[in-house]
Design a protein around this ligand. Structure first.
Ligand code: PLP
Length: 286
């Protein structure tokens, strides 16, 4: 979606249609850049501390030149003020900069929340499982695979989404080659097994979702037993509820996995309770 406002380090607010990345920037040449997406509620960027910490950790793993936290916060303020939006998606991009320059390129963009999101949440989405082709321990064993790093090298995730759509689904759940469940293409995945709510553990090299960490806490507060670990797809196929989480989409129920209906074919009560708790926390004081 086209940003309504863009702010660039060293330039301030720019026309959202103007170019912001040079032809020799590492983001373009190598797909080497860190990014973050978070949601703004009533003018407040929810979880900004966690997102900025993850952005810094991603940049460090890719050995990108430093950007000061105050500069990132200033970019966010500038872009949000220029957008005039109170509810929006805020993105940060932090690239390795121009070839040989040793200076990062950093920018913040603001885009509206997709119009069809609440319709999708009410209806629920259809997901398919797709093999990522590496075993569940590979990303922990081989740090250069950049497990847990939110980099702009998302072509594989976009291709997985395209494959999911070709198969008549809305989204993909990525599996390790040994069948273990990892994460969504752009989300974390959860399911309800009996009395327990399960989500893959961070030791699998998945992204440590900010929403995921909020949901683990909120779920416990609501009295659920929250479990992190490694489970095969069969555990998800046997679940009474399946849902995805991410900052913009929050909690979104899956009503079919690989063509099999989940529960009664509607988003379930656990997903709805967690969504309500998350939204309430995000909008408190907003
Ligand atoms: C691969 C992947 N996993 C998980 C998430 C969810 O992370 P968060 O809740 O911080 O948005 C995302 C978000 O884009 C993602 O791309």
């Amino acid at each position: 979606m086209k940003p309504v406002a863009v702010a660039v380090l060293g330039r301030g607010v720019v026309d959202p249609d103007s170019p912001v990345i040079a032809a020799d920037d590492s983001a373009l040449a190598r797909g080497q850049a860190a990014f973050e997406t978070l949601r703004v509620y009533g003018g407040r960027a929810f979880g900004i501390d966690e997102h900025l910490a993850r952005l810094r950790a991603s940049a460090a793993r890719m050995e990108l030149p430093d950007v000061a936290r105050e500069d990132l916060e200033a970019l966010a303020h500038q872009a949000l003020a220029a957008s005039g939006l109170q509810d929006a998606a805020l993105r940060f991009y932090w690239t390795g900069g121009r070839d040989g320059a040793r200076t990062a390129t950093a920018l913040a963009t603001v885009t509206p929340i997709p119009d069809d999101l609440e319709t999708l949440r009410a209806r629920g989405i259809r997901v398919v499982s797709l093999d990522l082709g590496i075993d569940h321990a590979a990303r922990a064993r081989s740090p250069w695979l950049l497990g847990g790093v939110k980099s702009t090298s998302y072509a594989v995730h976009v291709a997985a989404l395209a494959e999911a759509r070709r198969r008549g689904a809305d989204d993909a759940v990525l599996l390790a080659s040994d069948g273990m469940v990892l994460e969504g293409a752009t989300s974390n995945v959860w399911w309800v097994a009996g009395e327990r709510i399960r989500t893959p553990g961070l030791e699998l090299g998945i992204l440590a979702g900010v929403t995921r960490s909020h949901l683990l806490r909120l779920g416990r507060d609501l009295g659920y037993t929250m479990e992190e670990g490694a489970w095969p797809l069969d555990d998800v196929l046997a679940a009474t509820e399946v849902f995805l989480s991410s900052s913009v989409r929050e909690v979104i129920g899956a009503v079919a996995v690989d063509g099999r209906t989940v529960g009664d074919g509607h988003p379930g009560p656990v997903a709805m309770a967690l969504q309500a708790a998350l939204r309430s926390e995000a909008t408190r004081g907003a």
